[in-house]
Design a protein around this ligand. Structure first.
Ligand SMILES: [Zn+2]
Ligand SMILES: [Zn+2]
Length: 400
């Protein structure tokens, strides 16, 4: 029996278990960086399989195989939920103010399934598979914390792969959707512009410096960055979601504030816009006799799909599922990339990586809500394919 047939069959046999584990996690969602019950669940399940694990950076890491026999590939699954009250009406709904509306309960279950498959083939693995169960993906902090605490060391990781399940698209479940190579998600950075004017009486504006006037000009000036300084066709956004300052109609306030987010897909553009944002904010403020101070928070970079890792992802998926089950993401999502963020980027900036998408809910079958919606639901019937893909990718990558 070939590895693809073997792994596919083993995954199929795990289907019921994948569903049960997912439902347990779904019913017990945890938020942000501390997921004590989820971490315990994962560690217990790994222990049942005879896999040692340890806690690191709020998550769990475990190894299967032998680093002395070859290289190490990391498989990532995230475990955190969202602060949303569930409205699916499912019998295993969560009841509190948290919900697995992004499918991370599924990722955790699928990765546990892959662990079971790989453990049973451990002697055949020509290298090592490192499992990474991370917290805090939604707050873009979990992967970073685990990298900081050494998830990529001991043994050193040579490459990484992840799966994200999607619902609410017009496609049957169980298909592998391949995002484009290079930047495959946007990098979001938040900025706060604190404008300092000089307060005064509304009847004597000449003795004051109006920070609201500065804020208004700054808002307009910042739009020109995208329309005049970014080349046509490149994806970059600058959206201001908050402007404030002042209380009364007859008082020139002392201060004003602008908060916004810049999203980019190219690291050079990202640097450029950050620099221009500061120059424009300070320049406009000084033009009108005020001052501006900019706080800029880099949240996470873009996920970079390594061309070779991505090609292997396509080849391996075709081997195990067949040609017709592997499709480019372009047909289903703008430009073949995520317009949102994914903190797997902190891994992909260190080692060659591949982010894959797997469909898990066809809108035509009633799975009409996509991520982060209180009614988001996923079709469970193809879960085994996720476990199979994780396991098969790791096995084949180590063989090559
Ligand atoms: Zn999400
Ligand atoms: Zn997610």
């Amino acid at each position: 029996m070939t590895d693809s047939v073997k792994i596919f069959k083993m995954a199929e046999e795990l289907q019921e278990k994948l569903v049960q584990n997912r439902r347990h996690l779904h019913k017990n969602p945890e938020l942000f960086m501390e997921l004590p019950k989820t971490v315990q669940f994962v560690q217990d399940k790994l222990a049942e399989l005879g896999i040692e694990s340890k806690k690191i950076g709020g998550g769990v890491v475990a190894n299967i195989g032998d680093p002395a026999k070859g290289r190490t590939i990391l498989l990532r699954g995230d475990m955190d939920a969202l602060p949303i009250e569930e409205e699916t009406g499912l019998p295993f709904s969560a009841t509190g103010k948290a919900m697995h509306a992004c499918g991370h309960d599924i990722h955790t279950s699928l990765l546990l399934g892959a662990a079971e498959i790989l453990k049973s083939m451990e002697n055949e693995l020509p290298g090592n598979v490192k499992l990474m169960f991370q917290p805090g993906e939604e707050v873009l902090s979990g992967a970073k914390a685990m990298v900081k605490e050494g998830v990529l060391e001991n043994p050193q990781v040579d490459a990484a792969m992840m799966i994200h399940v999607f619902s609410g698209m017009n496609i049957e479940p169980g298909k592998v959707l391949v995002p484009k190579e290079g930047a495959a998600s946007m990098a979001p950075d938040e900025f706060h512009i604190n404008i300092q004017g000089k307060g005064g009486h509304g009847a004597m504006p000449h003795t004051a410096v109006d920070p609201l006037n500065i804020a208004a000009h700054t808002h307009i000036a910042l739009q020109e960055m995208i329309s005049r300084e970014i080349k046509p066709g490149e994806k970059a956004l600058c959206v201001i979601g908050h402007m404030s300052g002042g209380e009364a109609g007859n008082v020139v306030p002392d201060k004003a504030k602008i908060i916004g987010v810049i999203r980019t897909m190219d690291p050079n553009t990202r640097e450029f816009l950050k620099e221009r944002l500061v120059q424009i904010s300070k320049g406009v403020a000084s033009t009108f006799r005020g001052e501006a101070d900019v706080e800029y928070t880099i949240q996470c970079p873009s996920v970079i799909n390594d061309p070779e890792m991505r090609q292997k992802g396509i080849d391996f998926a075709k081997e195990i599922f067949g040609e017709e089950d592997v499709l480019p993401l372009d047909g289903y999502m703008d430009d073949g990339m995520l317009s949102g963020s994914e903190d797997f980027s902190f891994i992909s900036e260190k080692v060659p990586s591949f982010m894959s998408i797997m469909s898990m809910g066809n809108a035509a079958d009633g799975y009409e809500y996509s991520h982060h919606h209180p009614k988001t639901d996923f079709d469970e019937k193809m879960f085994y394919r996720g476990a199979a893909y994780y396991a098969y990718y790791a096995m084949r990558w180590l063989q090559e």
